[in-house]
Every structure is written in C-alpha cells, then in structure tokens.
Design a protein around this ligand. Structure first.
Ligand code: NDP
Ligand code: 2IT
Length: 468
C-alpha cells in the first residue's frame, strides 16, 4: 500500500483539508524530482477541498489519489543519424494519464527541456482540460528532449521516424491519439503520421493536426489561438466589455501566439508585442495582418528568430531575453489584456505586480501553466479576469477531437462549421467554469471553476467504471 491510500475511506468532511495536505505531501514524497508536476497537482487539488467535502463518495473511492497517478508511462530510446552521419540518442516518452472519459489525448513536445516532470504536469492538466471540452477524450502527453531548432528537414524526419517506430505500438485512434505542442508543428506531424501509417498499415485518425489534404480538419492550426480569444471575449462580456480598442500584450510567436493575434486583430484589438527565445518585440503602432503574415513566414518557413522583426519594421523595438533578470520586461508594458502563449512559468509574482500596477483588465493563458502560483494569487486578489490555460487553451484539443470525429466518419466539415463548433465549445467551457465557481462559493474564480468542473466529470466516470 502506498502513502497515497493511507486515509480511512470514511474520513469526515471536516478532515478534508488535512486529507488534501497529506495527499500533496504524499505526491511530493513519491515524485521528489518533479517540481512542475507537483505545482500542477497542488493547484488543482487546492480547488477541490470544497468538492471533496460535499462528496464523500469521491473520498471513499479515493478518486483523487488515483487521479494523481498516471495510468501508464512509456519511456523509450530514440536513436537517429544526423546529416554528418553521427549517431544521436534522445529520450522519448508518452504519459497516458487518464482514459476515464475517452482515449488518451494530448500533444507531443519536442524541446531540450522535456523531462518526466514536464510531461506529467502537461498530461495531468490535459485530463481536466479535455474533460471541459464536452467531448469524449481522456488525457495524455508525450515528447522528447530533442530540439528541432537548427536541424535540417531530413534530420527532423529521421528523428520523427525513429520516435514513431517505438510509439506506434502504443497509440491508435481508439487508444491514444497524439498531436502537436511546442516544437511539433505541421512538418513534424507529417513525418510522424507517415511513419505511423507505414508501420500500422492503416490510415486512421491516430494523430491529429494532420494537413487538410490528408485527413486534417479545417481550423485545427488556428484552434488554440482562436479559442483563447473566444474565451477571453466571453470573460470580457461578463463585465459588459469587448476587445474593441483594447491594447494587448502577447508572448510567444508560435502556433498559439500567431492565431491568438490573428483573432484578436479581427475582434478589434491592437496587439503590440510578440516574443520568442531571443527576446520580445514591442510595436506600439500595432501588429497588423501584414506584419503577422511576415511573422508566420519567419517562424513557420524560415524558422528564424523575432530579433529580425525590427529589420523589417524599424519603428518597433526589440528587447533581448535576459535570464539574469528576476522579471520579464515584456509584462511591464502597459496593456488592457495579456496573453501568455509561450511556455510554463513565464509570468511570475513580480511580473504580476507590474501587470496589476499598470491596471491590466484580463489575463488569458494560451500556454499551459504560464503563470506561477504566487502570481495567480496576486491576480485573483486584484479581481482581474483570469482565464487559466486548462480552460482557455482547450480549443486546440477540442478541434483535435472534432478531427477525430471527422476521421471516423470519413468526411470533412467546412471551415465555417468547425469554427462555429469551436466558438460554441469555448462559450460552453466559459459558462461551465463560471457556474462551477459560483456553485462552490467563489464566483468569478475561473481557476476553481475549471478545476472543479473538469474533475467532477472524470470522477463520476471513474465511480461508474469501478476500481480500475
Ligand atoms: P510553438 O513551438 O509553435 O511555439 C512556442 C513559442 O514559444 C515559440 O515562439 C518559442 O520560441 C517560445 N518558447 C518556447 N519555450 C520557450 C522558453 N522556454 N522561453 C521563451 N520562449 C519560449 O508551440 P505552441 O505555440 O504550440 O505552444 C505554446 C504553448 O501553448 C505551450 O505551453 C503549449 O503547451 C501550449 N498549447 C499548445 C497547443 C497547440 O495546439 N499547439 C494547445 C494548447 C496549449 P522559439 O521560436 O525561439 O523557440
Ligand atoms: O496542450 C494541448 O492541449 C495541446 N498541445 C493540444 C493537444 C491535442 O491533442 O490537440
């Protein structure tokens, strides 16, 4: 028996805070070198005290204790040859976290920082996110500590083929359906799917984010960013506001950032920043559709860095990334609305102090867990509209699930149809989070709302399915 199951089944509800503290301590003890995973667990679990108090059946069945343990973790060697003929070896992994409400579903991340802690935090978050989408998908995440940056297309292809040569035996359209994430875009998905199809000898929807011509869905590339903007618009609406004339600060310059900016411009906002690992650009005149097209070409085709932006648009300024600073000057730029769309823990408490001092109205997370917990506390204390990633960025995986549905039916819905469904889903996620926050006594707190609503659906499924 592990420490995770030491509590008596009938713990009285007044003992729930202790139960939760003990659970966090046990997770820490069993996963001592996984700070990101622990951070994600702590955040979710602290929202759930009120739920466990109300639902002894969840306590009795040890739902939470089971949910913090992935159903399966697969780790494997990825050997490949670079263009110079050198042997390279990377570590691949797939965390199959929960299949309570559908096949494991979640992206693959290729980035040198990838480790088990990061993949477990992402897989854990994905369980709740996918539950919120209204669609039947479980949660998972995978990836490798491989950096596609600076590699030739043929090197990326050889890596993807080697990675899939192991992964293919664990996935499938009814089992586990990977997709993209940081470092895994259209090019990587193409190579991964090609190798999957070759090994499995079947053309099924076992990967999403495919190109439109061979099984992809309209709007999937845009879905995460568009969804973030739709979610933020719904939050603004609760205060009778819209994006018209609002100044927005966005981080990242990849898939999520590009399409968030595209939709924000369409909704009447003025976006003044974008960033990548080289630093950030500040363009006070606004990044319009023409400049955005230039950025898309830079990042998706030429695979260059944002520092080049000021050569093309000299009225903008570029601030190089400075890891010695304890805050990011990007978040000190005055704005009405803020969209972190790069990576985890990119906004800390100091940054949140700058944001609140500048009178920010809304922060909506395009990335997964981009705000540190002490930062989130500051934003909530100031009653800023705060959309947590697991709700706000769920549009990407939601349209992935729509891609799976289209693949199963062997049909393709129109762009308008998918966008309409995405819009409806984001509205539904917003309302579900708002309702759950209200029901459990913290109106306007979308963090609690997302955690509670995401949890209850999975918990009920687990109760129905017995001890598995
Ligand atoms: P991309 O690889 O397309 O873009 C990532 C961007 O963030 C790049 O501009 C990259 O800079 C920058 N970035 C990455 N890591 C760091 C870092 N450590 N410090 C500073 N900048 C960094 O990824 P996505 O846009 O797909 O993903 C962005 C975020 O959104 C991630 O948190 C991801 O998990 C999340 N997400 C993605 C979804 C999707 O559908 N793609 C769905 C839901 C969430 P550079 O170009 O220099 O590497
Ligand atoms: O974090 C995420 O939700 C994603 N990277 C998208 C996952 C997916 O399966 O589309």
């Amino acid at each position: 028996m592990t420490r995770l199951s030491k509590h008596p089944a009938g713990a009285i509800s007044s003992g729930v805070p202790t139960l939760v503290d003990d659970l966090i301590a046990a997770v820490q003890e069993q996963n001592p070198h996984e700070p990101e995973f622990l951070q994600a667990v702590r955040e979710v679990v602290s929202s759930l005290v009120v739920v466990l108090q109300k639902h002894p059946e969840y306590r009795k069945a040890k739902i939470l204790e089971r949910m913090v343990e992935p159903e399966r973790v697969i780790q494997f060697r990825v050997p490949w040859l670079d263009d110079a003929g050198e042997v390279c070896v990377h570590r691949g992994c797939r965390v199959e976290f929960s299949s309570a409400i559908g096949p494991y579903k979640g992206g693959l991340r290729f980035h040198p920082s990838v480790n088990l802690s990061i993949l477990k935090f992402l897989g854990f978050e994905q369980v709740f996110k996918n539950s919120l989408t209204t669609l039947p998908i479980g949660g998972g995440k995978g990836g490798a500590n491989f950096d596609p940056k600076g590699k030739s297309d043929m090197e990326v292809m050889r890596f993807c083929q080697s990675f899939m040569s192991e992964l293919y035996r664990h996935i499938g359209h009814n089992t586990d359906v990977p997709a993209g994430d940081i470092g895994v875009g259209a090019r990587e998905i193409g190579y991964l799917f090609g190798q999957y199809k070759r090994l499995a000898n079947e053309f099924t929807g076992s990967i999403t984010g495919k190109a439109l011509q061979w099984g992809g869905s309209h709007i999937r590339p845009e879905a995460t960013g568009y969804g973030v903007a739709y979610f933020a618009a719904a939050m603004l609406e609760t205060r009778g506001e819209s994006f018209q004339g609002k100044t927005c600060v966005v981080s990242g310059a990849g898939n999520v950032a590009q399409h968030a900016v595209e939709k924000l411009i369409e909704l009447g906002a003025k976006v003044v920043t974008l960033s990548d690992t080289s630093g950030f650009v500040h363009d006070p005149a606004g990044i319009d559709t023409e400049k955005l097209a230039w950025v898309k070409n830079l990042k998706n085709k030429r695979r260059g860095q944002m520092e080049e932006y000021v050569d093309a648009f000299p009225k903008a300024s570029f601030t190089p990334a400075d890891p010695t600073l304890h805050y990011n000057p990007l978040w000190a730029i005055a704005a009405d609305c803020v969209f972190p769309c790069a990576t985890q823990n990119e906004i800390n408490a100091k940054d949140c102090e700058h944001l609140t001092a500048n009178g920010v109205t809304l922060i909506c997370e395009g990335a997964n867990m981009p705000t540190t917990p002490d930062g989130v506390d500051i934003l909530l204390e100031h009653r800023i509209l705060f959309g947590p990633g697991k709700a706000a960025n769920a549009g990407g995986v939601a349209v992935s699930a729509l891609e799976m549905a289209q693949n199963s039916m062997r049909i393709t819905w129109s762009r308008e149809e998918v966008d309409r469904r995405l819009h409806e889903i984001m509205r539904s996620i917003h309302d579900t989070c708002a309702d759950a926050a209200e029901t459990y006594g913290t109106p306007g707190n979308y963090v609690n709302g997302a955690n509670i609503a995401g949890f209850c659906k999975v918990a009920d499924a687990m109760l129905d399915q017995g001890l598995v």
